[in-house]
Write a protein that binds this ligand. Structure first.
Ligand code: R5P
Length: 302
């Protein structure tokens, strides 16, 4: 049974890279937008003859169009009789709305994953979904790749006996994995909300000195940058020597970059799960994703 890769428009350069690492034929879907905003997708005919197709498509930016391209591609391939269609989605959008925080809210990640299931997707591979438990909504084979060892290798040469901090309990596994790779300690930072002003501040566990210490903040997503910038400012005010950030996904929305820079962060390391922003000066380092995921995707194509 032949296996091929199919890139959709937001493949973050992974289609070509994985094609050559895995020595698998790689195709690209043709897509366009009609004047009224509707989208169009066409897949080269050779792809329909494959027994297995692995689609590559990240869902940011923009989430809605890229999700629709993915749904159209899966539905088309299954309708054409492709036996096994899987998707590598390095950034799965809508993952943070994973429950009904306020009565009556839509659980977006459930809807997105049910849609992927309903068009016939056989397997889903993603990178560091906000909460792994959400993958149950897909209801079929799903894999969440956690790559903090890769991020740790990128930051290793820049730190001395660092301390890794998690912004909240949800990020503790990420901090733990980073610390394990670096052979250092990790702690969960406390979020304290002022009951009168509603202001949120962050606090280290009591009695933990950070003066002169290199600190690494580990999180899943940097969106507006507010979370890590606040923590970095606090750590610097407590005398931290250098502050680095490792995160799986760097969306850098709006003024995120200037916010991060002015918080005293020395450098940010993110995986290349979404298209890089033109930033220069080495403040953001995009860590290659193709090599670390190739082994897993090779199994998927076997
Ligand atoms: C929150 O639960 C997430 O793990 C991230 O900390 C959050 O989404 C980051 O968002 P922002 O960069 O806008 O603070």
């Amino acid at each position: 049974m032949t296996s091929v890769l199919l890139s959709l428009p937001n493949d973050v350069g992974l289609g070509e890279a994985l094609g050559s690492i895995l020595r698998v034929q790689h195709f690209r879907a043709y897509t366009k937008k009609f004047p009224d905003g509707e989208v169009y997708l066409r897949v080269p005919e050779e792809v329909f003859n494959a027994g297995k197709v692995l689609i590559i498509q990240s869902l940011y930016p923009d989430q809605n169009t890229n999700l629709l391209f993915l749904l159209l591609a899966v539905d088309l391939l299954k309708s054409k009789g492709v036996k096994y269609v899987s998707a590598f989605v390095p950034y799965l959008a809508y993952a943070r709305q994973d429950r009904e925080f306020l009565m009556g809210e839509a659980v977006s990640v459930r809807t997105v994953l049910r849609l992927l299931n309903s068009v016939g997707l056989d397997a889903l591979i993603t990178v560091d979904i906000h909460k792994e438990d959400s993958l149950k909504f897909f209801g079929k084979k799903a894999r969440n790749l956690i790559l903090f060892d890769v991020l740790a290798s990128a930051v290793r040469g820049q730190v001395e006996e660092p301390l890794v901090v998690a912004p909240d309990i949800g990020a503790s596994r990420r901090a733990e994995a980073t610390a394990k790779s670096l052979g250092c300690r990790h702690v969960i930072i406390r979020k304290v909300r002022d009951r009168v002003t509603g202001e949120v501040r962050h606090e280290l566990p009591e009695g933990l000195p950070v003066e002169g210490v290199d600190v690494i903040i580990a999180d899943d997503i940097i969106s507006t940058g507010g979370t890590v910038a606040n923590i970095a400012t606090y750590l610097k005010s407590r005398g931290a020597r250098k502050v680095f950030v490792v995160a799986s996904h760097g969306l850098f929305v709006g003024e995120a970059l200037s916010k991060l820079r002015s918080s005293g962060i020395d450098k940010v390391f993110v995986l290349r799960t979404v298209p890089p922003r033109a930033i220069g000066e080495g403040f953001i380092e995009y860590v290659d994703l193709a090599t670390p995921v190739a082994g897993y995707l090779a199994n998927e194509l076997r």
